[in-house]
Design a protein around this ligand. Structure first.
Ligand SMILES: [Zn+2]
Ligand SMILES: [Zn+2]
Length: 137
């Protein structure tokens, strides 16, 4: 279900008439949205997963929109109730950088490992085929 990720808001479509926007794909803007949204769990999500998190139009001003549907590129949410506290810079740096770096490293390692595995399987298969065709002769 498409629902606003702000804990005290939770507006959803179509019951609430606001628009819902995905968190931006651009890492720098996305980080700034997360910081302002103030939901620490979001720090542990990958950029790709964050792109499936939504924020509703209640957190933007009219000036943030370039049409009645689309936000200006680089728009940053500013409208939050007093119950929403931005994540501290210290926490942002500590958590997001570490988590993102370890996630990226893990992903790269996985990719490399998978490549090696594929090469090994290919080599093993080639050896088997060579062996079989050798036996057939
Ligand atoms: Zn909302
Ligand atoms: Zn809303």
């Amino acid at each position: 279900m498409i629902i606003c990720c702000v804990k005290v808001c939770r507006h959803k479509k179509p019951k609430d008439l606001c628009k819902l926007h995905r968190l931006p794909k651009d890492q720098k803007s996305c980080k700034e949205w997360v910081r302002r949204i103030g939901v620490e769990e979001l720090l542990y999500k990958s950029l790709k997963d964050l792109n499936n998190v939504y924020l509703c139009s209640c957190h933007f001003t009219k000036q943030d929109y370039r049409s009645n549907k689309y936000l200006n590129p680089g728009a940053i949410p500013t409208q939050f109730s007093d119950d929403t506290h931005p994540i501290s810079d210290e926490k942002m740096e500590k958590d997001i950088v570490k988590k993102l770096v370890s996630l990226l490293i893990r992903r790269e390692c996985d990719k490399v490992n998978r490549k090696i595995e594929m090469e090994e399987i290919k080599a093993a298969n080639a050896a088997k085929i060579a062996d079989l065709s050798g036996k057939a002769k």
